[in-house]
Ligand binder design. Structure first.
Ligand code: NAP
Length: 294
């Protein structure tokens, strides 16, 4: 049977550690996290609700602020600068992808590295390359945390990452390569120009999929007994749901049952762990920002 790699126990452990870390710094004002986005339309509203709940669970104050229809790229950068300068705010999240004319990287570059709690600013990504991280992308940390929790061997193993976006696939590949726990893997990165996905994954013991294409991972592309960490998230029509849609990952879970060694479910796998890692990063940034004030 294929082991189901649920996110829940990973979230519970992380939440306990994050709560304890806040308590350790008693006397400081509680951390405050701000989410900046365009509008609270589905499915983003679901993600915001998840963030709000996770923040509350650990004792982080959570606030959201939306961009108005009149806001342009310069106004967004201005808003980010204000949030960066505000001493009451410890972490800032910016929704992405953002449509043109917004420039996501120019906007997050306005944040000091501690406040960029998603670890996606050019400065934080560069620090990851230099192996001097301040904030590491929460989704990449989450994917590795799930593998480690379930005892999936990474060090010295052939591991594949499918997807090479600067905010998900590349940071994850860098983490897996790093000289540290959860790293030391021999990493292959596949993407849309990869000639044969099946051939490039054939020797992988662990596959991290970060694409957003339902069914991409199946018995043709995944070698037998590989572990699959499914980061992908797409919504597909489902008439049986009140919302008319349902969330799926990149893996064809039914096809991989009895074939893969283990698979993270979607929903309930990497997603909630990502949110818990965001809270952990927020507390990490908060403790760094206040390091001199006690
Ligand atoms: P993205 O910017 O669209 O990147 C997708 C990547 O997949 C690209 O590198 C693309 O290659 C590659 N790709 C597309 N088709 C492919 C194919 N047929 N075979 C192999 N590779 C292919 O998306 P993203 O922001 O990185 O996010 C990736 C997925 O993770 C999305 O589904 C997103 O919703 C999900 N996500 C989940 C979480 C979570 O917490 N679970 C967090 C963030 C994102 P090219 O570079 O050649 O275009």
């Amino acid at each position: 049977v294929t082991e189901r790699l649920e996110g829940k126990p990973v979230v519970e452990n992380l939440t306990a550690a994050t709560t304890a870390e806040i308590r350790r710094h008693h006397g400081l004002p509680p951390p405050q996290l701000v989410s900046v986005h365009r509008a609270t339309t589905s499915p983003f509203s679901f993600y915001l609700k998840q963030q709000g709940r996770a923040a509350e669970a650990v004792g982080i104050r959570f606030r959201e602020t939306s961009l108005g229809a009149e806001d342009d790229a310069a106004a967004l950068i201005d808003r980010m600068r204000q949030l960066d300068a505000d001493p009451a705010i410890d972490g800032v999240l910016l929704e992405h992808p953002l449509p043109a004319p917004f420039d996501f990287f120019a906007a997050v570059a306005a944040l000091r590295p501690e406040k960029d709690v998603d670890g996606v600013s050019p400065g934080n990504l560069g620090r990851l390359v230099a192996q001097r991280p301040i904030q590491v992308p929460a989704v990449a940390r989450a994917a590795v945390a799930v593998a480690l929790h379930y005892g999936v061997a990474l060090a010295g193993q052939r591991v594949a990452v499918v997807g090479r976006s600067p905010t998900v696939g590349i940071p994850l590949a860098l983490l897996l390569l790093a000289r540290r726990e959860g790293g030391d893997a021999t990493v292959t990165v596949a993407h849309s120009k990869t000639e044969s996905l099946a051939k490039s994954l054939a020797e992988a013991k662990v596959i991290f999929s970060c694409v957003g294409q339902p069914g991409l991972l199946n018995r043709t592309t995944v070698p037998r007994d590989a572990w699959v960490i499914d980061v992908g998230l797409s919504s597909v029509p489902d008439a049986s749901r009140p919302s008319g849609v349902r969330a799926v990952g990149d893996a064809d879970a039914a096809a991989l049952e009895g074939w893969a060694a283990g698979l993270t479910p979607v929903p309930g796998g990497v997603g909630p762990v990502t949110v818990a890692e965001l809270m952990s990063n927020t507390v990490h940034g908060w403790s760094l920002l206040h390091a001199g004030s006690r």
